[in-house]
Design a protein around this ligand. Structure first.
Ligand SMILES: [Zn+2]
Length: 464
């Protein structure tokens, strides 16, 4: 393994050290992006071995679990004095598919050019994984005295939504994180006004405190099979289409959750459009105004934050044009707001379908979403560090319309926060699951420092 230049530290980093630490993070990220962990199959074992080697060089031992061939979860721990409960730094090693024909560089080349590190995973979430890794290395090198253990947990299978990553940890190895007070993970956002530069203006820090929960459904219609030339009155494909049409027309009710009410009120303070500002500042009142409802729900993000959503995403009937099948099926992606009861939603869904020949079944385990409190030492530390760096920036909470692995840990009672350590413009964020995913070296350097400052503020015995 080629060793990237290592910043030597005698104590907690001072201003001048951050340039070298940023360069080191850049070199490490470039190496990490060259390990192809496209899931499926993931092959996270290669990434875990690499992380273990980087940690070992610094004298940090780690354990690599192999729950299935080629799959891995890595666990390492820096010991504190035990006077406060541990912090978990959670990151997933797998990435989604990249189609090289749409990229201007090799997505697994670890390319550094035009001031950025390019590659699948640079933003989601190998870059943040490196910020967490650097936090471990810096704490260790600087011999920072800790009151809390810091747990570094790199997992598989986040991108396929289940499998043998965080779910496996929660089910098979809960002792690894038991008793932890806080967890930091993806699922936050630092919105830069321009260019994603460390020195540039940051508009807001969005800290993830909750997320919607997926409630994926299989819809199955049954009827009489036959030859396509002799139509049957209960063709299951026709039945399914009629049922799905009722689902597609259904406008689920608008619901204001406390988390969304709070973040809209915060976002109102930086909204430029005066009408939208008024609506966001009092969303309950706005939703009684039909114009506001029309405008706000035409924004895909606002719409997803204000209701349980339904997307019909897959259909299957016969694979022969001239054969009426006995069964036709559809898959439906439902996302529920925090506080919603999956069973109650299912009953309503079945009522909308209104056909006893059509059955609806949840695909897998589901859970009611929960929220992590903002009244914690960790949330205050995140807000303090953010304001110190960008006094002009708003610090607010965020509800994700998608979901991360945080729910496994929130359900274990660990207050879990989504951080987006890198200042990104709206355009920068498009690389997530898209083409030419990259992070600027300035943003990376800034994010490494942000992570370290947050963790050391909460975990160091004396503030560093
Ligand atoms: Zn991710």
């Amino acid at each position: 393994m080629v060793t990237p230049a290592r910043a030597s530290l005698m104590a907690a980093p001072v201003e001048g050290d951050w340039k070298a630490l940023g360069d080191e993070a850049t070199a490490l990220l470039s190496q990490y992006l060259r390990i192809n962990t496209t899931n499926p199959p993931g092959n996270e074992i290669a990434a875990a071995r690499w992380l273990a080697e980087v940690l070992r060089r610094e004298g940090i031992e780690s354990q690599v679990f192999e729950p299935a061939p080629g799959k891995a979860n890595l666990y390492a721990r820096l010991a504190g004095d035990g006077t406060a409960r541990p912090i978990v730094l959670l990151n997933h090693m797998d990435v989604v598919l990249a189609s090289p024909e749409f990229w201007t560089v090799d997505p697994f080349g670890g390319v550094i050019k035009e001031g950025s590190v390019w590659g699948r995973g640079a933003l989601d979430m190998k870059g943040e994984g490196i910020a967490q890794l650097m936090t471990m290395l810096i704490l260790k090198r600087a011999k920072v005295q800790l009151k809390r253990d810091i747990i570094f947990l790199a997992t598989s299978d986040e991108e396929i939504g289940a499998g043998v990553g965080a779910a496996w940890i929660a089910e098979q190895k809960p002792d690894l994180v038991r008793g932890a007070e806080f967890l930091l993970n993806e699922g936050g956002l630092t919105r830069a006004k321009t260019g994603g530069q460390a020195g540039g203006a940051v508009e807001f820090y969005g800290v993830g405190t909750t997320e919607k929960s997926p409630f994926w459904l299989d819809v199955t219609a049954r009827g009489t099979a036959g030859h396509g030339s002799r139509p049957t009155p209960d063709n299951p494909v026709h039945r399914l289409i009629r049922a799905l049409n009722r689902v597609a027309e259904w406008k689920t009710p608008l619901i204001v959750t406390p988390a969304v009410e709070r973040s809209f009120r915060d976002l109102a303070t930086i909204e430029r459009d005066t009408t939208v500002r008024r609506w966001l500042s009092d969303i309950r009142a706005a939703l009684r105004d039909s114009t506001a409802v029309r405008v706000l729900t035409s924004d895909l993000t606002y719409n997803a934050l204000l209701r349980n959503t339904i997307s019909i995403t897959g259909l299957k009937g016969s694979n022969k044009t001239n054969v009426i099948p006995p069964v036709a099926t559809a898959v439906v992606d439902v996302r529920l707001l925090p506080g919603q009861d999956p069973a109650a939603f299912l009953a309503e869904f079945v009522r909308i379908i209104g056909d006893t020949a059509v059955t609806v079944k949840p695909q897998g385990p589901n859970w009611p979403a929960t929220e992590s409190s903002t009244e914690t030492e960790m949330f205050r530390a995140i807000a303090d560090v953010a304001r110190q760096r960008h006094p002009e920036a708003l610090v607010t909470t965020m509800m994700l319309a998608g979901f991360t692995d945080s729910h496994y840990f929130r359900r274990m009672g660990i207050a879990s926060y989504g951080l987006g350590p890198f200042p990104l413009t709206q355009a920068d964020s498009r690389g997530v699951h898209g083409n030419d995913e990259r992070v600027s070296i300035d943003a990376l350097r800034s994010g490494v420092r942000f992570y370290y400052e947050v963790v050391s503020r909460v975990a160091a015995r004396r503030p560093t």
